[in-house]
Design a protein around this ligand. Structure first.
Ligand code: FDA
Length: 504
């Protein structure tokens, strides 16, 4: 074989990757993590690591000439998109033909840009989605392990009831109640005690300063502060940043040889490296891991990969929508960027919906109630390798989101009727549109557990090759997905270390 050899390589530094690296490190296995994004720990010229949502600069976006915020059409709020220099920023929007997918780039993956909502799925739906996984074991062992290692916590309910920062959520709760709908508190990895000190004015604000999708400068326990810090603490794990894995082949002795491009933060190619390893863990996310395997299969570098690679993709039923409140129901000029409540109508058989009550932290009164609805949409998309462009294309049509829109509409029609309110039509693009059905935050699937892999993420057709991330989950999980991704990775890597790694 050629190239630098390491016993284990983990591609990516998101949830599945971070779990794998920590447990490999604890088992004493020298492990190299390769991450295409940056390590976000250096303050920029303004003294902050991240640029914030209201005045985004090049740090906000992954090689764009203009920011692509989800509510970019809300121009008069100064939430407007801005022209920027292409740069290795923290949030990417991958634009496929009829679906755009937001993903995090950097050490910590999606944990750097997400809302931190840490939700354990209801067991009955988990069993429906992944029937071959022992649910009793998941709920007794791996979900608790994931929640504690991620440092998931709950908001103080008394504080929630009286703080101006969650007025927007209380208003939405009251309006849901008028339609007979219940809400539930949502745990989070944001440090709630820190947030209370933000409100008291004793520490710099982050969640209370409209920071979230372009990174939180304070308060959020992202993976670099939890799993990855612990992984580095084992002394066995190293992380290379601005290293993108491009190709994977297998050598005669069974080891894997990776082609890796190292760039600078402005995108200039610095080096092309070859790195070989015995055990290869793919944690590049639903899009990233699937693309690497599709490319390997279709260019013939891993020809025995299964035809299941690329299948079973879904956006977790994500639909964003917004309502316009009456003038006597303001949602507040002060809004925490960290969601704390969800409308739970998942038991509604005709239209199951779990809708996170999302903030609109614009700094001025908008009378808007914003929601990210998670619905149960049976439609699935497929990734195919585009040889001319050397990338994965997503076969998914706008019409496939019609069941998700219908479910969200049935819930919010009820709320509007009970409150004599209307939808907002001006937030999601240039045309009038009440439901954002063309982007998602929760890409799932592409290398589905038990199809493209065995029941533990071992890739079919190859030894010592694993998928560890959201690509394993078949398109839907009914709640925000990172706790499930983390817990499933915990379960799988425990088995793999015991049976495949320690033994070899
Ligand atoms: P993840 O995407 O986290 O990590 C993959 C990593 O691999 C990235 O760092 C990427 O740069 C890297 N990579 C990709 N290809 C590579 C290559 N070829 N070489 C090297 N590195 C490569 N979920 C939730 O549960 N609660 C929430 O509140 C939210 N909110 C939310 C908001 C926003 C704005 C977004 C975009 C997403 C969310 N999510 C969320 C979703 C959640 O963040 C997401 O499900 C997980 O991050 C997915 O974890 P994975 O481990 O699958 O990959």
């Amino acid at each position: 074989g050629s190239g630098t050899f390491v016993p284990a390589v983990v591609v990516g530094t998101g949830y599945g990757a971070a779990v794998s690296a920590l447990r490999l490190g604890e088992a004493g296995v020298p492990t190299l993590m390769l991450e295409m994004g940056q390590l976000w720990n250096q303050p920029g010229p303004d003294g902050n690591v991240f640029s914030g949502m209201l005045k985004p600069d090049k740090r906000s976006s992954w090689f764009k000439t203009r920011t692509e915020a989800p509510l970019g059409s809300f121009l008069w709020l100064d939430l407007a998109n801005r022209d920027i220099d292409p740069y290795a920023g923290v949030l990417d929007r991958v634009n496929f033909d009829q679906m755009s997918v937001y993903v995090g780039r950097g050490v910590g993956g999606g944990s750097l840009v997400n809302g931190g909502m840490a939700v354990t799925p209801r067991r009955s739906y988990f069993e429906e989605v992944l029937p071959q996984v022992d649910a009793a074991e998941m709920y007794a062992k791996y979900f608790p392990r994931a929640n504690s290692t991620l440092r998931v916590g709950n908001i103080d309910k008394d504080w929630f009831e009286q703080t101006e920062w969650y007025k927007f959520a209380r208003v939405s709760r009251e309006q849901a109640a008028k339609a007979g709908l219940g809400t539930t508190f949502v745990p989070n990895v944001y440090d709630w005690d820190y947030m209370r000190r933000e409100a008291d004015g004793t520490v710099p604000k982050s969640g209370l300063a409209a920071e979230v999708i372009y990174g939180n400068n304070h308060g959020k326990v992202s993976l670099d502060k939890s799993y990855l810090a612990a992984a580095l603490g084992t002394g066995k794990v190293t992380i290379e940043t601005l290293h993108q894995v491009k190709a994977i082949r297998q050598q005669k002795d069974g080891t894997y040889l990776l082609t890796v491009e190292q760039k600078d933060a402005d995108g200039k190619l610095l080096a092309t490296k070859e790195i070989s390893c015995r055990h290869l863990f793919l944690g590049a996310g639903s899009l990233g891991s699937t693309e690497l395997l599709l490319r390997a299969r279709d260019t013939g570098t891993l020809p025995n990969l299964s035809s299941e690679i690329g299948g079973g993709w879904g956006p977790n039923g994500n639909i964003m929508t917004a309502r316009a409140n009456h003038m006597w129901n303001p949602t507040g000029t002060k809004q925490s960027s960290i969601p704390a409540l969800g409308i739970d109508d998942w038991d509604n058989k005709d239209a199951p919906v779990f809708a996170e009550i999302a903030p609109m932290p614009a700094g001025v009164e908008t009378w808007v109630s914003l929601y990210l609805a998670i619905t149960k949409n049976p439609e699935r998309g497929t990734f195919v390798y585009n040889a001319a462009k050397d990338r994965a294309d997503l076969r998914w049509t706008r019409e496939q989101n019609a069941p998700a829109v219908a479910a969200a509409k049935s819930l919010f029609d009820r709320i509007n009727k009970a409150n004599t309110t209307m939808y907002r039509y001006d937030l999601f693009g240039k045309q009038l549109k009440a439901f954002a059905d063309d982007f998602c935050y929760h890409p799932l699937g592409g290398c589905v557990l038990g199809k493209a892999t065995d029941n533990y993420g071992r890739v079919a057709g190859y030894k010592n090759l694993y998928v560890t991330d959201g690509a394993l989950i078949p398109g839907s999980i009914g709640v925000n997905p990172f706790v499930t991704i983390t817990a499933l990775a915990e379960r799988n890597v425990e088995r793999i270390i015991k049976q495949d790694v320690t033994a070899s």
